[in-house]
Design a protein around this ligand. Structure first.
Ligand SMILES: *Cc1c(COP(=O)(O)O)cnc(C)c1O
Length: 482
């Protein structure tokens, strides 16, 4: 492979760098001790982080091809290091600009991210303190603070004070962990009642459920009963009940979607939760994107019924303004999570035999970063009210731009927005037209808006979670479609 990197300089030794107070016995220790060299590295990296965090003109940037990156960035890994200055320059000049700026106000694809400055800054502290977030023994203070946030969220969602859980990597792992706990609980129930286990377990969800539910079912080797939702896309109790009757004891959970990723549609959770009066089932609420909107007073009513959930998830890295990666997984009864997920091993006995709250016991994971801390710090800093307002801003903006789309003769709303996703079509465009338009927007560094589709018809969508996105910015994007 060709490389544009100059040859690595000879490795400087600590004695050359001067002022180490510690006698260094091996080159290896040089990486770990405090010295002029490591002080300079820390300063350089923190200075870059500070510049990037406080930059107001970071472009959207765009992906480079593998060939381009091979040409521009190969050769950094070898027996001798290239030094922090060159490694950081490589990141700043080549690697970072080939990553799309996901917190850019005109990044409107998929579900963007929009971490607060406080949350991002504190993410550096989580690393600097080397906190282990898996056990109370090792990380009690961090676990306490994370649990404060989980308790705050549980209260917002109407769950009892005894609810609890853990921050996991993302919604996919959160959904999988919840469904594993649900299956475990169902198996325990059946065995206690002396009833037979079914041949196949079943999870019930609506047609707009996120792909991670099917993926979880695949990992668990269980079946998915996908229930049709009708025109509105919102799953209702009446749609779900026949599946409960048909599959009976085999149903491990009903998954409701509190804000679908495609449209931001909230299922009719209330009518589904009401089925609990007549049927015994685990209700899981997948609110990875949308459940955050329950913090906004004007949208709270859409989520009635969440308070009866047995488990739920919400991703702070989506709409609760935390950096990647964090999903809050909350169980109504955390014991169900613990019974399903605690790992047992001789070297862990001292942890598992204690009565402590060990976050690792509540999901599929063992070692874990205290990834809830950036949200804790930001929420503690600014208070919940600022969060409510920031979420409401995006919901209002979605409404406003939907009205603007409806006013334009060449555009058509596919659905009225409920939360902050707006899906629309351009008259006469096929999938290639959307793709070419999307490429042009990114090439011009104007916006990142990708093509999507619904029921076989191509479309595009704005997913808005960044409170600094403006109406004028969105209008300017619509103008490019005229
Ligand atoms: C994004 C999303 C997921 C998956 O979450 P990740 O954090 O990307 O793993 C699951 N469900 C819904 C509704 C989502 O929007």
């Amino acid at each position: 492979m060709s490389s544009s990197l100059p040859a690595a300089p000879s490795t400087p030794t600590v004695s050359e760098s001067g002022a180490s107070a510690i006698e260094v016995s091996s080159a290896a220790q040089r990486m770990h001790i405090v010295s002029d060299e490591t002080t300079q590295i820390a300063d350089m990296v923190l200075d870059y982080a500070r510049r990037r965090l406080l930059s107001t003109d970071t472009p959207l940037d765009k992906p480079f091809s593998p060939a381009e990156l091979a040409r521009l960035a190969s050769g950094s890994i070898g027996e001798s290091g290239i030094g922090a200055r060159r490694a950081l320059a490589l990141f700043e000049n080549v690697l970072a600009p080939s990553c799309i700026t996901t917190d850019h106000p005109q990044y409107l694809s998929f579900i963007p991210s929009a971490p607060t400055k406080a949350a991002t800054a504190f993410d550096l502290v989580v690393s600097a303190t080397a906190v282990y977030g898996g056990s109370w023994l090792e990380g009690s203070g961090a676990v306490f603070a994370e649990n404060e946030v989980l308790r705050f969220l549980a209260r917002e969602f109407g769950l009892p004070a005894s609810a609890g859980g853990v921050f996991v990597q993302g919604g996919t792992v959160g959904n999988l962990s919840a469904l594993v706990a649900a299956r475990d609980q169902r198996a325990r129930q059946l065995s206690e009642a002396g009833r037979a286990r079914p041949d196949r377990w079943v999870v019930v969800c609506g047609g707009e459920a996120h792909s991670s539910i099917v993926s979880a079912a695949h990992v668990m080797d269980i079946d998915v009963a996908i229930v049709a939702t009708g025109e509105s896309g919102s799953l209702r109790g009446a749609d779900v009940e026949p599946a409960l009757v048909e599959h009976g004891d085999a149903v491990i959970a009903v998954v409701t979607t509190a804000g679908s990723t495609n449209f931001g549609i909230v299922d009719d959770i209330d009518s589904i939760a009401a089925l609990k009066d007549a049927h015994d089932f685990w209700l899981h609420v997948d609110g990875a994107y949308g459940l955050a909107a329950m913090l906004a007073p004007g949208s709270r009513h859409r989520f009635a019924g969440v308070e009866r959930a047995d488990s739920l998830i919400v991703d702070p890295h989506k709409w609760l303004f935390a950096p990647f990666d964090a999903c809050a997984l909350i169980y109504r009864d955390p014991d169900h999570g613990r019974l399903a997920h605690t790992q047992h091993a001789e070297y862990l006995d001292t942890l598992t035999e204690a009565a402590d709250y060990n976050p690792s016991d509540y999901a599929i994971q063992l070692t874990r970063r205290a990834r809830g801390l950036p949200l804790w710090f930001s929420l503690a800093t600014f208070g919940a009210e600022a969060y409510r307002e920031a979420i409401e801003i995006s919901i209002d903006l979605a409404r406003q731009i939907a009205d603007e789309i409806a006013r334009r003769p060449y555009l058509r709303l596919v659905r009225e927005p409920q939360l902050s996703v707006v899906v629309f079509e351009r008259d006469g465009w096929d999938a290639r037209d959307y793709a070419a338009w999307s490429d042009r927007l990114l090439d011009d560094q104007h916006a990142f808006v990708v093509a999507s589709s619904h029921a076989g018809r191509p479309n595009t969508r704005f997913a808005i979670v960044n409170p600094t996105t403006t109406f004028e910015q969105l209008v300017a994007i619509l103008d490019t479609m005229g």
